[in-house]
Write a protein that binds this ligand. Structure first.
Ligand SMILES: Cc1cc2nc3c(=O)[nH]c(=O)nc-3n(C[C@H](O)[C@H](O)[C@H](O)COP(=O)(O)OP(=O)(O)OC[C@H]3O[C@@H](n4cnc5c(N)ncnc54)[C@H](O)[C@@H]3O)c2cc1C
Ligand code: SF4
Length: 453
């Protein structure tokens, strides 16, 4: 794959320019002032609000909603940014239906929550459009911190460190900052270059130098960073993808979903993206839903998600599943891939086996099903890659990811980590932000402790 193009042998440009524009428009257009006030008025401003507890960044939700209701939109944005400097992106991408809005008392009582995510977007958009910056740097501390990875975890960490007066250099292997906000999130959730606009907003505080195209393990080493900086934060995300491991999985047209989505997000013209007529997606998480929906929106005739367990086991929320089916994606359960069918090296279909639970274990039933396909997307999970840290001080892992304590400290002195690359997270943007922010506070605290302040 080069320059956002994929050489899969299937056709590009299935739709008109108008269709692409319509299909990839903002999933939830922003609320206007009247809509925002009406939505805010539904909030009971609960004491001990369950929505706050359900938010990984702990935003004071009743307070920011009350500020919208009383016309203090700027104050509302500050309430959000105080806890979550990427509150604008989170307003767009958080699965609110399983977080704050699921916990909302109005969801419990009436099945209709306060639209917290859309209100959060209303407030943060207003402040960012106005160029309103809320934070000034503390007096320079003289401390230097290296952040590896400019995704949500790294950016949140860098911003909080900069607030405390520390000088931060953010290294990222990719040409652009933003991590999966820039290269992964579905295009219709973050339109009009929002990811880059947010990076600019976050770094405008000053004291943060972003160095793209610099990879740990290639251009930098952990030992070198530990020598040159007072602290290091690792926020490298998950760089690996799980292999399919079935016959024919190297056929042309069998594609890694994350790679395809990255190409889609970077394409200046969606008509250049080859998409199959009959597409099969393997997986049951957010990535599977996103690639399936986007393939349909790019003009695929049939898109079928095949997942090896049942509906309730899917990592994608019910809302995401409904979104996919509303766009014409079929979701089939209890099917696992057995063999990719190909002719002249190009995929023509996939043979799947029905599955069932037996004695608490997932097993194949022996019955099979064949689906014709000219594109098969692998969306069966990502994994942490250890190579960037090899050869340096040995960072302890747990379950294949970096082991950290409650403050984000790794097993190596001076090294913290957060976001998807650490063990025990839930692989959400908002959780990565929370971990980056909290690690920054821990780093700051360690400087004060070390200097005896
Ligand atoms: C397709 C897809 C869709 C998703 N959709 C949603 C969604 O709708 N809502 C949601 O909440 N979550 C979603 N997620 C999950 C969410 O994007 C992640 O949880 C979040 O981005 C994790 O942030 P992070 O900072 O830990 O890692 P990342 O965002 O992955 O950022 C890591 C950064 O580190 C850089 N890096 C990696 N290795 C190196 C190295 N060796 N040296 C230097 N830099 C390096 C990368 O280039 C990258 O910029 C989605 C994930 C995927 C894959
Ligand atoms: S739970 Fe719902 S009603 Fe209560 S404060 Fe949160 S958003 Fe408002």
């Amino acid at each position: 794959m080069t320059d956002g193009r994929l050489d899969t042998g299937v056709a590009a440009g299935r739709l008109s320019a108008e269709d692409y524009a319509e299909n990839f428009a903002d999933l939830h257009p922003p609320l206007d002032r009247h809509e925002a006030v009406v939505a805010a008025d539904r909030c009971y401003f609960c004491y001990d609000a369950p929505c706050v507890t359900a938010c990984p960044t702990g935003i004071d939700i009743p307070l920011f909603i009350r500020q919208i209701a009383t016309g203090n939109t700027t104050g509302s944005a500050k309430t959000i940014f105080d806890q979550n400097i990427l509150g604008g992106m989170c307003a767009r991408v958080c699965p609110t239906e399983t977080l704050c809005e699921q916990a909302c008392v109005r969801e419990k009582a009436e099945g209709k929550p306060v639209v917290i995510g859309r209100l959060q977007r209303y407030a943060t958009d207003a402040a960012m459009t106005a160029g309103k910056q809320f934070y000034e740097r503390a007096a320079p501390s003289g401390k230097l911190v290296a952040v590896v990875g400019a995704g949500p975890a790294g950016l949140a960490c860098a911003h909080r460190l900069a607030m405390h007066g520390h000088d931060v250099t953010v290294f990222d292997a990719r040409p652009k900052a933003g991590g999966l906000n820039e290269y992964g999130i579905a295009a219709y959730k973050t339109v009009d270059g929002y990811a880059q606009a947010e990076v600019d907003y976050v770094t405008a505080i000053g004291g943060i130098a972003v160095e793209p195209g610099k990879a740990l393990g290639r251009d930098l080493s952990l030992a070198g960073l530990c020598t040159s900086y007072d602290a290091v934060f690792l926020g490298m995300g998950l760089g690996g993808v799980n292999a399919l491991g079935v016959e024919g999985d190297d056929s042309e047209g069998v594609i890694d979903a994350v790679e395809y989505i990255a190409a889609l997000r970077q394409a200046s013209d969606l008509a250049t993206l080859p998409v199959g007529r009959r597409v099969v997606v393997l997986g049951g998480g957010m990535t599977a839903i996103d690639v399936a929906v986007q393939a349909k929106l790019l003009g695929a005739e049939e898109v079928t998600i095949c997942y090896r367990r049942g509906k309730d086991n899917m990592n994608a929320s019910e809302y995401e599943q409904d979104l996919a089916t509303s766009k014409g994606v079929a979701i089939r359960h209890w099917l696992q891939p057995k063999r990719i069918l190909a002719q002249s090296g190009k995929v023509t279909g996939i043979q799947l086996e029905y599955t069932t639970m037996s004695d608490g274990r997932l097993t194949g039933t022996g019955e099979s099903l064949t689906l014709g396909a000219d594109q098969v997307f692998r969306a069966i999970g990502q994994s942490y890659v250890t190579e960037p840290l090899e050869g340096g001080p040995s960072v302890a892992l747990e379950g294949g990811r970096i082991k950290v304590d409650g403050e984000g400290r790794t097993s190596i002195a001076k090294v913290w980590a957060g976001g998807d690359c650490v063990a025990g997270g839930d692989d959400l943007t908002v959780s990565a932000v929370a971990m980056g922010r909290d690690a920054a506070e821990s780093i700051h605290k360690s400087f004060n402790t070390r200097s005896g302040a």
